[in-house]
Design a protein around this ligand. Structure first.
Ligand SMILES: N[C@@H](CCC[C@H](N)C(=O)O)C(=O)O
Length: 327
């Protein structure tokens, strides 16, 4: 079959966007998982952290489904939603839209560029759930807030939150970032294990100046990625709850692929987060895919020029991260 894809990224978290609104593909559920495993594989010419399928919605402007590189489906994807926001706003000539995701309809809108000439979108991250059954996390307590999990580490304290995909977050110091502990415990909770039967995204967060944090995430179904939008949003929330950053004010979140801003809103009964960052396209291409024989061939490719502009933001951020890690 022939498939048109757009390769893009949000903070270096890269995706293949497939438009099922304008094209009449007849993918089965099995096909979507197979396409994710095949096209995202880094040894193919494409390679990505996941696939974003953009579909018609019965009640919203469009629907997003996100598949991780291992073929598992995630309920949400913050960086991916910014790409879908851009795609739908440009497709319909709008500056805002509502996108249906697995568990919620989310507002998205075009914003002033975060960095000169970098397309910037804001997406809503909601619902926010602290009940352990929402992740799920099998511990004999209702929630986990800044607490130890003895099976994972004797020194780190974790908060568990679903937004609504599952996240485990630890606020750490530079030495802990530089140790191998994040990889070790992330692999444990994302392999067969009793604590997190569905796996979990694991983030280490370091507070920088007031109003700025650094977040590194090991993503469920992928491994370490440059950035994870839902993780940066959940991490911002955790820093507000620990009074490291204020609610209702922009928090700059540095990551290995760039930077975003998060604003954490405290509502009457719960929280919601605005995630604001780039939606950068790298190229558009047509691929010939044979799922049975696991073959992919790019038959047409149009490079776009946006990455050169984004690299300026990226090099500024790299200097900040290097300085931070040197202490
Ligand atoms: N990178 C995404 C999250 C993608 C899904 C995640 N790996 C999961 O399985 O929950 C983001 O930007 O939020």
């Amino acid at each position: 079959m022939q498939i048109k894809v757009i390769k893009g990224h949000g903070s270096g978290n890269d995706f293949l966007l497939i438009d099922e609104i304008s094209n009449t593909y007849t993918f089965t559920e099995k096909n979507r998982a197979e396409l994710a495993r095949l096209l995202c594989h880094r040894e193919t010419e494409l390679g990505a952290d996941g696939i974003l399928f953009v579909m018609n919605s019965e009640h919203a402007d469009a629907r997003m489904r996100v598949f991780n590189a291992d073929g598992s489906e995630a309920s949400m994807c913050g960086n991916g939603l910014r790409l879908v926001a851009r795609y739908i706003c440009e497709l319909y000539g709008r500056s805002e839209a509502v996108i249906e995701t697995m568990k919620a309809d989310l507002k998205v809108s075009k914003q002033r560029d975060l960095f000169p000439d970098v397309h910037t979108y804001q997406v809503e991250i909601s619902p926010v759930l602290f009940e352990l059954k929402a992740l799920p996390l099998n511990l004999n307590q209702p929630t986990l807030y800044n607490e130890r999990i003895k099976e994972l580490s004797t020194e780190l304290r974790f908060t568990a939150v679903a937004v609504p995909n599952p996240h485990l977050i630890a606020i750490v110091e530079t030495e802990q970032l530089q140790s191998g502990i994040q990889k070790q415990l992330s692999e444990k909770v994302n392999g067969p294990n009793e604590l997190f039967p569905d796996g979990v995204n694991v983030s280490f967060v370091k507070q920088l100046d007031n109003g700025a944090i650094y977040v590194r995430t090991f993503e469920r179904g992928v491994g370490f990625t440059n950035a994870c939008g839902t993780a940066m949003s959940a991490s911002s929330l955790v820093t507000c709850l620990q009074e490291l950053n204020p609610f209702e004010q922009p928090i700059t979140v540095y990551n290995n692929g760039g930077k975003v801003q998060c604003v954490v809103h405290k509502l009457a009964r719960d929280y919601k987060i605005d995630l604001i960052g780039n939606a950068t396209y790298l190229y558009e291409s047509t691929v010939e895919v044979n799922l049975e024989r696991e073959l992919v061939e790019i038959t047409d490719k149009k490079e776009l020029t946006e990455e050169g502009i984004y690299e300026k933001l990226q090099s500024e951020v790299q200097q900040i991260i290097t300085k931070m890690l040197k202490g």
